[in-house]
Design a protein around this ligand. Sequence first.
Ligand code: URA
Length: 210
Amino acid sequence: MSRDVHVIDHPLVQHKLTLMRRKDTSTKSFRELVHELSALLAYEITRDMPMQEIEIETPLEKMTSRVIDGKKVVLASILRAGNGFLDGMLQVIPGARVGHIGLYRDPATLKAVEYYFKMPQDMHERDVIVLDPMLATGNSAVAAVDRLKKTGPRSIRFVCLVTCPEGIMTFHDAHPDVPIYTPAVDRGLNEHGYIVPGLGDAGDRIFGTK
Ligand code: URA
């Protein structure tokens, strides 16, 4: 199995991520940057999406030309920080469907427990992009993809802003077939499960809750 990790090192992506990492970046700027970065990430993630040929007519003549079927794309947001990716990605893939996955960590077992799951119908003909800004321990990402696979989608891709070797290993041990798209693989996790150097708590920074 492939265990693909696509590190997106385009200068625009790296520049925006650097600005987001800075502790002095305001909530307003952070939100604007995640919006811009999401659109750029969507461009890379959809690079190998299936296309179909359709008949069109230019002002001069008929031709066959290629399109992606945006409606076949599902943006699956892991609540709550995954929602930060939605506006920017929908700007580039406006026909995409949006699903939500809510998980919390049971303090006794430390396992991810699902409290919300809503996806479009007919998942077997759809390509899913799972959204979670931080692939840290990997536990919630694994649980989210476990659950998504039960719906039988045509393909699954995972996208984050920052990850680390531990997160990649845990995720790919469980789901080696799901490629990870990320601008950065950081040094590791600290004792609180945060990615270092990272960018802090992505949800708090997007929604201004701290
Ligand atoms: N979740 C975050 O928001 N940040 C981290 O560094 C790890 C998990």
